[in-house]
Design a protein around this ligand. Structure first.
Ligand SMILES: [Zn+2]
Length: 180
């Protein structure tokens, strides 16, 4: 399956963005204010990559992941033109605080300035190691990538990485997936 790209002209305020896997098993809900925040951070970082963490909760049947908080790049992150290494400083403490409020680590978000929103080999390797890392308690982390030139020209792609599965599961935007 070729990953679908969601090309869109983005205005100032975004609405809830839903995406899901072809079998409907994995659903991601991204509130408009989170997208706004992300676009703002990407615009500020341009032309360097940036990224961070997605925090939120799952539905009772674990089919839906709903993002409630966006964590910007920790201070020890390394941003370059074509790479981003997300730092760890303060992350565990923040996640512990969120845990008490039943908000959990869901995965990573990441920005490819002026580029496509497809994950690089390095991006995928990082996600696979997170799926295996006990410290995140997240065997099925999401990777959300934004590509392009925010805030006007942006593409989104999102994936779920499963432990022991070679290729990530593509989450298709609701607009082009009628099974969401
Ligand atoms: Zn990347």
């Amino acid at each position: 399956m070729t990953p679908l790209r969601e090309s869109e002209k983005l205005g100032k305020r975004q609405t809830l963005r839903r995406s899901c896997s072809a079998d409907g098993r994995f659903n991601l809900e991204l509130p408009g204010r989170i997208i706004d925040e992300m676009l703002e951070l990407c615009g500020r970082s341009f032309p360097l990559e940036t990224g961070g963490i997605l925090v939120g909760f799952y539905s009772d049947d674990s089919r839906f992941a709903h993002v409630t908080n966006l964590v910007p790049a920790p201070i020890d992150s390394v941003s370059n033109r074509f790479s981003f290494q997300r730092g760890v400083r303060g992350v565990q403490k923040f996640l512990n605080q969120m845990w008490l409020r039943r908000r959990y680590y869901l995965g990573e978000w990441h920005f490819h300035p002026g580029g496509s929103a497809s994950p690089s080999g390095m991006d995928s390797d990082q996600m696979k190691s997170i799926a295996y890392a006990g410290s995140y308690h997240c065997p099925e982390p999401v990777l959300l990538i934004l590509g392009g030139d925010p805030p006007q020209q942006v593409t989104f792609e999102s994936y779920v990485y499963l432990k022991g599965v070679r290729n990530p599961i593509v989450l298709e935007p609701e607009a082009s997936a009628n099974h969401c």
